[in-house]
Design a protein around this ligand. Sequence first.
Ligand SMILES: [Zn+2]
Length: 238
Amino acid sequence: MSQDLLHMRTAITLAKYALDHEETPVACIFVHSKLNKVIAYGMNGTNESISGISHAEFMGIKQIQEKYGTDPKIFSEIVLYVTVEPCIMCASALKQLGIKKVVFGCGNERFGGNGSILCIHNDTSTNKSNKYVSIPGVLRREAIMLLRYFYVRENDRAPKPRTKKDRKLDKETFPPLQWDKYLTLEEFEEEFGQEFRDAFYSHRDVYDEIDWDLIDTGCDERFLHDLIEQVQSVNCTY
Ligand SMILES: [Zn+2]
């Protein structure tokens, strides 16, 4: 479990980097599960590329395919850590590539493909032999807060000033997490342990203390530089 937290912290820091660079704060890292190393990363790039499909996951997938070729075998060893639930498009791409597992922070209420809107990860119409487990709720509140920072900032730029109420940054309330939309109790317990079973039924967070330092401290170029160096230094042969 602590490994999952550690990797999600990296994804959150990367999302903060995206936020600081005028992009939607959604980011991900692809971790090779046997090596426990980051082999690719992605940030939302829809603003810079002016393309609606420049999602974080696609950036990482491209990195992997450029380095390791299009042989899909490598994906069966990869756990994806992404701050926001993959959209339907990305969930489907990950399924067709045969990803091992997805861990995400907050749900994607409009486009989520791992339980919020559709359950691509375990449906039977998109390559049923590649079903994968998708774990929600890891640093969920941090992921939500980054999105709130983004929308408050967006509102500031809106041509017509919004009412004060709309612009108020909510740091206190978080929607319930309906775990059973995303995974079974068995999968939940395997991930978080039986002691958190109560959270599953009462739709509570497993991690409910927000790490404000993580999302408020800007990360410098050094962070990205180190991450890129780490990704480039790994070589898994297939
Ligand atoms: Zn997507």
